[in-house]
Design a protein around this ligand. Structure first.
Ligand code: PD2
Ligand code: ZN
Length: 280
């Protein structure tokens, strides 16, 4: 069914009244999506009405985010690593998003899927207010974690990511592999921790995420940045890097992102979260 991408004056009044009654913008966006509105349209409409400051997070009181271009963004359009040239397909400045080609070979993608498929567990999420891990109603995929340097393939990928981003391997969390079946999704969220849960002894805050697509998805499964109006279509071997930390310890609320439901086939993706400092 075609998704709705326009609102009537009455519907706008309903949004304003519902906001006045204390409902959160996320709850209203979720209600709109349930009613058949396009997800990106729903978030952009809410943002137009309430401004950038109102999406719920523990960082509500932060001063406006100061953008700094991470080193990965200063390397030109072909980024050489010791075993592979990674090509920049497109870039967005605010939030900082880099769409990358040729990060993994097809063989590496297939091998990563093979190594993870018998270890998948229902995914958990981090509560944006408490920072606790909890069962994920908004995250219906299954996932698993490799430990750092667990095998030759993971070691090679981690080295490549370190050379690509200029962050040492030890700043990276263990590589996560996620599998989404038809209808499965990861609802809009931030990858950074609530400030109360940042542990400076263990790498500090998350500052960037690299999502690597391990297969082609026939329909759905896109990674969407609804505040930025950016949609990344999963394509085997490509990746998206987004950066949301800065040297002032701020986090970028524009980095809100989601994996929309898979409509056909399945989706495999590997996630590398990068911290401010060494974790280990
Ligand atoms: O699988 C994705 O596209 C996706 C989207 C949003 C993964 C994550 N977040 C994540 O692993 O944090
Ligand atoms: Zn995420």
């Amino acid at each position: 069914m075609e998704k709705i991408k326009h609102i009537s004056a009455e519907f706008k009044d309903w949004i304003l009244n519902t906001l006045k009654s204390g409902a959160s913008p996320e709850a209203i966006a979720a209600a709109m999506i349930k009613k058949g509105f396009d997800e990106t349209f729903a978030y952009q409409t809410l943002l137009r009405i309430v401004g950038n400051q109102s999406v719920k997070t523990a960082e509500r009181s932060q001063a406006p985010f100061v953008y700094e271009v991470p080193e990965i963004g200063q390397k030109g359009n072909i980024i050489a690593t010791s075993d592979r040239d990674i090509k920049v397909l497109s870039r967005v400045d605010h939030p900082f998003i880099l769409h990358l080609d040729n990060l993994l070979s097809y063989e590496e993608c297939d091998e990563l899927i093979n190594l993870s498929k018998d270890r998948l567990q229902p995914s958990e999420i981090i509560d944006s207010e408490t920072g606790e891990k909890k069962a994920a109603s908004g995250r219906t995929s299954k996932g698993m974690y490799f430990t750092l340097g667990e095998n030759w393939l993971v070691t090679a990928i981690e080295k490549r990511i370190a050379e690509l981003t200029n962050y040492p391997v030890e700043n990276g969390e263990g590589l996560q592999v996620l599998n989404y079946k038809i209808g499965e999704e990861y609802k809009p969220h931030f990858d950074y921790f609530p400030s109360t849960r940042v542990n400076p002894e263990q790498g500090g805050q998350r500052i960037g995420t690299l999502l690597i697509y391990l297969n082609d998805v026939p329909a759905g499964g896109e990674t969407v940045f609804p505040k930025a109006g950016v949609t990344i279509v999963p394509k085997k071997g490509t990746a998206v890097y987004f950066h949301y930390g800065n040297s002032k310890n701020q986090v970028d609320r524009m980095s809100l992102h989601t994996s929309i439901p898979v409509a056909q086939g399945e989706k495999w993706v590997a996630t590398k979260w990068i911290r401010q400092a060494k974790i280990y």
